[in-house]
Design a protein around this ligand. Structure first.
Ligand code: GAR
Length: 188
C-alpha cells in the first residue's frame, strides 16, 4: 500500500479531491492531513471524510523535530502540498528527498515565489494581461516554487476575465489533473 500525507493551509478542496480519488484506488491511501492553521476548512472536510488530521504550530514544524518524527513514523511514499502556505523546512526535505511535491496555480516559473499564492496569483495574471495561465505540479526544494517541474496544464485568459474567473478555471484544472499526476508518480 502506498501512503500519502497531505499538507494544506486553507479550504482544502484539493485535499478533498485527492482523498476521494484515492478512496477508489486499491493500492494508495491518504493516511494523514496536516495543517498549520487550526481554523482551516480542510479540518472540517477531514472530519466528514473520516481522515486523520493534525494542526501544528511553527515550533513543532520548523523549530523542533516534532513533525519530522511523526512523518518518519508514518513513512509516506509521497508528501503532497495542496494549498500549503508555509515554507517546507530543509531538514524535512532532506529526509524525504524527492518525495515532497506541490501544486501551484500558475505556469511556473511565472508568478511564483514568496507571497504568490491563491488569489494574489490570479490578480497578477489579470493585471499583466496574460493570454494564458495554468497549473504547475513540481518537486519542492529549498526555494519557493523552484523545484523540478513534473506537470503543467494551461487554460486561456480572456480579456474579460476577472481574477475570480481565472480562479475558477484553475480550480477545474486542479480537480482534473492533480490526483492523476499523484497516482502516476506513486506508480512510477
Ligand atoms: C490552490 O489553487 C493551490 O494551487 C494554491 O492554493 C489553492 C488552495 O486551494 N496553492 C498556492 O497558491 C501555493 N503557492 P484549496 O485549499 O481549496 O485546495
Amino acid at each position: 500500500m502506498k501512503r500519502v500525507v497531505i499538507f494544506a493551509s486553507g479550504s482544502g478542496s484539493n485535499a478533498e479531491n485527492l482523498i476521494k480519488f484515492f478512496h477508489n484506488i486499491d493500492n494508495v491511501a491518504v493516511i494523514q492531513v496536516m495543517t498549520n492553521n487550526p481554523r482551516a476548512k480542510v479540518l472540517e472536510r477531514c472530519k466528514r471524510l473520516n481522515i486523520s488530521a493534525l494542526a501544528f504550530n511553527r515550533v513543532a514544524f520548523s523549530k523542533s523535530d516534532d513533525i519530522l518524527n511523526i512523518l518518519k513514523l508514518q513513512n509516506p511514499d509521497l508528501i503532497v502540498l495542496a494549498g500549503f502556505l508555509w515554507k517546507f523546512p530543509n531538514f524535512i526535505l532532506d529526509h524525504f528527498n524527492n518525495r515532497v511535491i506541490n501544486i501551484h496555480p500558475a505556469l511556473l516559473p511565472k508568478y511564483g515565489g514568496k507571497g504568490m499564492y491563491g488569489m494574489h496569483v490570479h490578480e497578477a495574471v489579470v493585471a499583466n494581461n496574460e493570454k494564458e495561465t495554468g497549473i504547475t505540479i513540481h518537486y519542492v526544494n529549498e526555494n519557493y516554487d523552484e523545484g523540478a517541474i513534473i506537470f503543467q496544464a494551461k487554460c486561456d485568459v480572456l480579456p474579460s476575465d476577472t481574477p475570480e474567473d481565472v480562479a475558477s478555471k484553475i480550480h477545474l484544472l486542479e480537480m482534473e489533473h492533480f490526483p492523476i499526476v499523484v497516482n502516476d508518480l506513486l506508480n512510477e
